[in-house]
Structure formats: structure tokens, C-alpha cells
Design a protein around this ligand. Structure first.
Ligand SMILES: [Zn+2]
Length: 417
């Protein structure tokens, strides 16, 4: 692919910016937080957990504290269970950086309570995002095969919409941080140095949301690379399926029909569900899923230049949508492999840049020891809380899950013509 060579470096640069954005922002955040943590001794009158207790209770919000022994240990607000999760390193520290994190999570609870309408809109905007990125990427990737005029522009429009919707959660993050700062600013124990630490912590945390979105915007601004790879007018190369190709087509169609029968027949589904223990048969089920993905990719590869018309091209491009992550990994595998040394070096650099970790003062150790029972309870409960969190599937989500059926038109077109 000689046309690809001059485009390789810009493509690498764009990928690197996107891949590095979150680790960079996270490292910067932890470094900032650690620095301010060490600069301020843990001498506030309360730990973050104690500061939060009554304020959370007033909103009907429960608090659970977890550490590394839990399945997931992070600082988060779970709106569906009205629960704030704090890590032990935040909960048991009487430090302004810990207060900032705890207050930020309470800010999320405030936002949800005060602006249910805005929350509903925010949530609704997030539902189509997955479908948008899949379809956009499928069109961009598919049109590299066909070079149909206009399709790459449609793909860009779809991906820009996806990226724009990705900015909405920042509204809530910004609100939670602003609320946290206002709540802490006037606390009697908070000094000007504490206020600086709180501002820096909140700003650093916001950066972990902001930077990845900026990286996506930068990546999309370099769309000329995709355009240059796609080119124009490669539609029209005709080919025929070999015997093996026909066999793949028949097997894939049979698998699709079986999947459809399973999806449509609750009785069959229940009967199989009783016999198939999803946990115990995780490996064979993964095998079936992998076989299905390979089959889909094989079908697309076999038929992409079979017929020279635009309707056929659209069918093939849409069929890519359900398998776009796998197709992209295949296409980008050589580039990612070449980037591996850079990524490894980058990781070492980030480790070197990382801060000293949080200050484990004697006050912290004592508070943490006092909280051991609460910690054990939190570690045990968080799985259930996180499990209750994935909410019931909405009708809109059900409708959007239909993008998984984007391969159907191609199969129908193949067997009908
Ligand atoms: Zn947040």
C-alpha cells in the first residue's frame, strides 16, 4: 500500500495523542494531588468521611468506604443506589485534598437532586453515542474499501456528533467541582493554602475528563488522513466467490439464523439458559462469540468487491458496524505494534513522573484502623451496589442495540441477488 507510507507518521501521531491523553491527565492529577497532600499536614478537625457524614445523610445518600481488597475501589457517586463510594485513602484523611474529592462526589448528588431535567437530557444524549461511533467508524473504514463519494464526509459528521455528545458529562463534572469548592471555601478550618490545594485537586480531576475529549477533537481535526487513505472511485472491481467463500457465507447465514431464532424464541432461550450456566461456560461462550466475529469479518472481506453498485457498498459498510472494534484492531495492528516501544517508554516516563503517593500520616493510620469494620462492610457491599447500578434497559437503548443487526441487509442482499 504505497499511498499509505507518507500517511503513516501523521496516523501514528494522532493515535498516540489519543492513547496518551488519559494516562497523562491521570498522572498529572495524582501528581498535583500528592504534592498538595504532602504540603498540608493532616490536621483538619475531621476526616473526609466525617465531613461527609451529615451532609450526605441530609440528601439521603449512603457512604461506603473500600480499599484494594474490594473488587473496585474508587471515588464515585452511584445515582441509582444513592451511594457515594470513597477509597480509604480519601475517607480517612483529614486533608484538604481528601475533602475536595469527597465534596466533589456530594456535588454529583446535589446536581442529580436539583436538576433532574438536565440529568434526563444528559442521560438521553449518552444513549446514542455507542451506535454513533460504531456507524461512523464502520462507514469510514468501509469506504476505504469502496471510495464512494460523500460517504467519508457522512462518517465524519456522525463521528463529530459522537464527539460533541461526549462533552455533555463535563457539565455535571464542572457543576460538582464548583459546588464542592463553594461548600469547602467557607469552612472555618480551611486556610488560603487549603483553598489552593482544593482548587488544584478539583482542576486536576477535571483534566482527566477534559483531556481525552480534547484528544478526540484533535484526532477528528486530522480527518484529511482518512480522506487521503480512502481516495475516490475504487468501486467497481468485480469478483466472484470461490467454493470456500460460498461455504463461509452459508455457515455465517446459518449462525445468524440460529441467533435470530434464539433471540426471538423466549422458550428456546429459557431452555438453553437452564442448561447453559453463563459463569461456568464463560470460555466456550467466548469461543462462540469469537467464531461469530471472525465469520462476520470473513464474510465482509469475501463480498466487499463482489458487485459494483452503491446499494451493495452501503450494505457491506453497515455490516461492519457490529464488528468495527475488531476490524479496526486488525487494520491498526501493524501501526500499534510499531508504536509499542514508544508506548512502553511513555509508560516508564509516566511512572517516573508519578507523585510520591499520598502521605500516610499517623492520624491517617489511626483513622483507618478505627474504620476497619466499616471498610470490610464496604468491600463486601460494593459489588452489590455496583451490580444494582446497571439500570434496567430503556426502550431507547433497546432500539439502539439494533445496530448489532446491521449485518442483516448484507446477508439478505447476498441471498436475494
Ligand atoms: Zn465527578
Amino acid at each position: 500500500m504505497p499511498f499509505f507510507v507518507p500517511l503513516w507518521w501523521p496516523l501514528c501521531a494522532v493515535l498516540l495523542v489519543r492513547i496518551a491523553s488519559l494516562p497523562l491527565a491521570s498522572t498529572w492529577y495524582r501528581r498535583t494531588r500528592d504534592r498538595h497532600d504532602w504540603a498540608n499536614p493532616d490536621v483538619l478537625p475531621q476526616t473526609a468521611r466525617e465531613w461527609l457524614r451529615d451532609r450526605a445523610a441530609a440528601l439521603g445518600v449512603e457512604i461506603v468506604v473500600t480499599d484494594d481488597r474490594a473488587k473496585t475501589s474508587q471515588n464515585a457517586f452511584y445515582p441509582r443506589t444513592h451511594t457515594i463510594q470513597l477509597t480509604a485513602e480519601v475517607a480517612y484523611k483529614a486533608d484538604p485534598t481528601a475533602w475536595a474529592v469527597a465534596a466533589h462526589e456530594l456535588g454529583h448528588a446535589q446536581f442529580r437532586r436539583r436538576y433532574p431535567g438536565v440529568v434526563a437530557v444528559l442521560f438521553a444524549t449518552q444513549v446514542p453515542r455507542l451506535a454513533l461511533v460504531r456507524v461512523g467508524a464502520a462507514l469510514a473504514l468501509g469506504n476505504a474499501l469502496f471510495g464512494l463519494p460523500g460517504v467519508t464526509t457522512v462518517a465524519l459528521a456522525v463521528l463529530v456528533l459522537h464527539a460533541v455528545l461526549g462533552w455533555y458529562p463535563l457539565v455535571e463534572e464542572a457543576y460538582a467541582s464548583a459546588w464542592a469548592y463553594r461548600a469547602l471555601r467557607d469552612e472555618p478550618a480551611i486556610t488560603p493554602a487549603h483553598r489552593r490545594a482544593i482548587r488544584a485537586t478539583l482542576a486536576g480531576a477535571f483534566g482527566t475528563y477534559l483531556l481525552p475529549r480534547v484528544a478526540i477533537a484533535i484526532a477528528l481535526s486530522q480527518w484529511w488522513i482518512v480522506r487521503a487513505i480512502t481516495g475516490d472511485g475504487r468501486l467497481g472491481e468485480l469478483a466472484a466467490l470461490t467454493g470456500l467463500g460460498r461455504a463461509v457465507m452459508i455457515a455465517a447465514t446459518a449462525m445468524a439464523a440460529l441467533a435470530a431464532a434464539l433471540a426471538l424464541s423466549p422458550r428456546l432461550d429459557r431452555a438453553l439458559g437452564r442448561r447453559i450456566d453463563v459463569e461456568r461456560h464463560a470460555l466456550p461462550l467466548l469461543g462462540v462469540k469469537l467464531a461469530w466475529i471472525v465469520m462476520q469479518l470473513a464474510v465482509i472481506a469475501l463480498v466487499w468487491d463482489l458487485r459494483g453498485d452503491a446499494a451493495w457498498a452501503w450494505c457491506v459498510m453497515l455490516a461492519l458496524a457490529p464488528v468495527v472494534p475488531q476490524a479496526l484492531s486488525l487494520v491498526l495492528a501493524p501501526t500499534l505494534l510499531a508504536l509499542t516501544p514508544v508506548l512502553l517508554l511513555g509508560r516508564r516516563a509516566l511512572v517516573a513522573l508519578a507523585g510520591p503517593g499520598l502521605e500516610h500520616s499517623a492520624a491517617y493510620a489511626a483513622a483507618r484502623a478505627r474504620g476497619e469494620v466499616e471498610l470490610l462492610a464496604g468491600n463486601a457491599a460494593i459489588g452489590r451496589i455496583a451490580l444494582r447500578n446497571p439500570r434496567a434497559v430503556t426502550r431507547a437503548e433497546r432500539a439502539l442495540a439494533l445496530h448489532a443487526l446491521a449485518f442483516v441487509p448484507l446477508y439478505v442482499a447476498y441471498w436475494l441477488t
